[in-house]
Design a binder for this molecule. Structure first.
Ligand code: NAI
Ligand code: A1CAB
Length: 270
């Protein structure tokens, strides 16, 4: 069984590990994680994974290694592990936002197999969005391994690195925007007299159902919107309020702001 390592055992690492196990792709025992933070390691222990506070030990005991630390920690971690990277053994998958493949490759021995990925937290329920970019030393068999892992927890697309900042802004950060929408819809419903539990349940299922309609009918979202909106009805009133308050512009602006932030992180590592 492929041994999967996680350098950094925080939110996205835990989500990926749980997703892989739920998909039956691996078992807890084949996972090894390192993190200086004991609380993060405890979450991995609950999965039956081996935990350590040595990144080097993760390199020694795994073939596929996820780098799941914040961007500012990446140089530290890479200098830690670089003498233990073996070209014929390791495939390194970096999830760090805004850290380019070139900068990672430059910090590792020549021809190290590195890929950049951008997953999102719904991988935990195997409904994630993942994209990947191949580094210069990556071979077809490495791509197959990566696809097998990422497809088991959601959708998986190969993309050019030029769109990684925008992808990070859209699908990487996106779950947070949607949670905010669900929370706000439920707050509105509570304000209008619906009980909190029911408000969350109805709001959540509405978002889920609407998303599936876009996915399954292949209709334009505008067409689906029109089918809900009767003349002089409630939806038209609600939509008018949304447009007056610039929700559409706010969402467009959120993607721009997050993309720019990712580009800014990029520059720090260039
Ligand atoms: N949370 C998310 O939804 C997503 C996060 N990412 C990326 O994944 C990376 C990690 O993000 P999160 O999991 O959210 O952060 P997090 O803060 O939950 O986890 C990062 C972990 O790294 C550990 N760490 C710090 N120094 C370390 C070191 N020297 N060696 C090993 N581990 C160390 C921390 O103790 C922490 O547990 C970031 O670069 C982020 O951009 C990418 C996609 C989605
Ligand atoms: O904002 C962050 O820390 C990352 C990037 C994608 C999702 N979360």
């Amino acid at each position: 069984m492929l041994r999967i390592g996680f350098v950094g055992a925080g939110n996205i690492a835990q989500a990926l590990a749980k997703g892989f196990i739920a998909a039956g792709l691996t078992k807890g025992e084949a996972i090894i994680a390192s993190d200086p933070h004991p609380e993060s390691l405890k979450k991995f222990e609950k999965l039956g994974a081996q935990t350590l506070n040595s990144n080097i030990a993760v390199m020694n005991q795994s073939e596929v290694v996820f780098l799941a630390v914040k961007p500012n920690i990446v140089p530290l971690v890479l200098s830690d592990i670089k003498s233990f990277v073996r070209r014929d053994k390791h495939l390194i998958l970096s999830a760090a936002m805004g850290v380019t493949l070139t900068s990672i490759e430059q910090m590792l021995p020549p021809r190290t197999k590195v890929m950049r990925i951008m997953p999102n937290t719904p991988v935990i329920v195997r409904n994630g969005v993942c994209v990947y970019v191949c580094g210069s030393a990556v071979k077809e068999e490495d791509e197959i391994i990566t696809r097998r892992l990422l497809e088991s927890v959601g959708t998986c697309d190969r993309v050019p690195e030029s769109i990684m900042d925008a992808v990070t802004a859209l699908s990487g950060s996106g779950p947070a925007y949607v949670y905010t929408v669900i929370e706000a819809l439920a707050d509105g419903a509570v304000r209008m007299g619906i009980q909190r539990d029911m408000a969350y349940r109805l709001a959540t299922q509405t978002v889920l159902g609407a998303a599936r309609m876009v996915q399954e009918t292949k209709l334009h979202p505008g067409q689906l919107k029109d089918k809900v909106t009767s003349s002089a009805g409630t939806t038209a009133e609600g939509l008018y309020h949304i447009e007056k308050h610039g929700v559409r512009a706010a969402l467009i602006g959120a993607i721009e702001a997050a993309t720019l932030k990712s580009q800014e992180i990029n520059k720090k590592f260039a």
